[in-house]
Design a protein around this ligand. Structure first.
Ligand code: MN
Ligand code: MN
Length: 315
């Protein structure tokens, strides 16, 4: 066996105690030697409806305490091959969205001075724009797998250009992503105009509306996305509101008719083989999550993302 970091076992210390890190992994203050850094971005000042995602990282970590190291569905053993640690939360400025976005970009640039894959826990989806700015600064334009009820391609919201609903228009304008290798899965609901989604298709974005996914396996669609992206470096951004509110009610802007939890797992598992250089899980809002099920689901989706990162082998 290796000496890599392991989640603290429930046979060493009861699962309801111990550190509130992701999967009770060690907390790291240094990045050298890490393959994967879990980072919290506790922010909700970019949201348009319900707030509360500032508590997302804390609650996702709390619910992750029950996750064990081996993936019984896929055989993946991420902690055999990757050195993973939780590096804590970014020190965002809760009184200023624009300052917070700068802090996130600068923090990610510092993280990415190391050869590490960041796994972000949001926070509302506005965190992903500064993350993509830092990611593209290091890696160049990225393929993007964007799972969400919303396309997040508004030009502005209440006159503001940087919100949780404008992220991927800005990313497109700034050349942070490869439009023809940008995939939006699960979009649905009501819009400001009937054409809300279609402009992004003109940029090259590939969209899979929820209605086209109902009652279907997402394995074949995940395979198709993986084949289309090929070897291009890829960022995965997972908005928990892509799931139906029956599965994930604790979120800021819920939309009915969404993905099921098995569909979410099918999609993520089909991405194995992509050159994923970073990912995030956003929009978990604990105040609207009385059962804890949304944070539990978010924690497990992050774990399954960890299981498909480059270098993870199955037993
Ligand atoms: Mn979103
Ligand atoms: Mn959304």
């Amino acid at each position: 066996m290796t000496s890599k970091n392991q989640p603290l076992s429930g046979n060493e210390l009861a699962r309801f105690s111990g550190p509130n890190t992701f999967m009770r992994l060690p907390q790291a203050t240094r990045l050298d030697g890490l393959d994967v850094a879990v980072v919290g971005v506790p922010m909700d000042i970019g949201t348009s409806w319900r707030s509360g995602t500032r508590f997302g990282p804390k609650q996702v970590r709390a619910e992750s305490a029950m996750i064990r190291p081996f993936n019984m569905g896929t055989g993946a053993a991420p902690f055999d091959s990757l050195q993973v640690a939780d590096i804590g939360d970014l020190a965002i400025n809760t009184f200023s969205l624009s300052d917070s976005l700068s802090i996130i970009e600068d923090s990610y640039k510092a993280i990415l001075e190391n050869d590490v894959i960041p796994m972000g826990i949001g926070g509302d989806h506005s965190i992903t724009l500064p993350i993509l700015r830092a990611m593209a600064d290091k890696h160049g334009p990225l393929a993007l797998v964007h799972v969400d009820a919303h396309a997040d391609v508004n030009d502005d919201m209440f006159g503001e250009k940087e919100t949780h609903g404008t992220v991927f228009r800005r990313a497109y304008e700034e050349g942070l992503i490869v439009p023809k290798k940008t995939f939006q899965i699960g979009i649905r609901g009501s819009g400001y105009a009937a054409t809300d989604f279609t402009e992004a298709r003109g940029w090259g974005f590939r969209q899979y509306p929820a209605e086209t996914l109902w009652h279907k396996s997402l394995t074949a669609i995940g395979d198709e996305i993986r084949d289309e992206i090929g070897t291009t470096k890829t960022y995965v951004t997972y908005d928990i509101d892509s799931l139906d509110p029956a599965y994930a009610p604790g979120t800021g802007t819920p939309e009915i008719g969404g993905l099921t939890t098995p569909q979410a797992l099918q999609l993520i598992r089909a991405l194995k083989g992509l050159n994923i250089v970073g990912c995030d899980l956003v929009e978990v809002s604990p105040p609207y999550d009385p059962s804890g099920n949304t944070a539990l689901t978010g924690a497990n989706l992050l774990y399954d993302l960890l299981c498909v990162l480059p270098g993870v082998e199955s037993r």
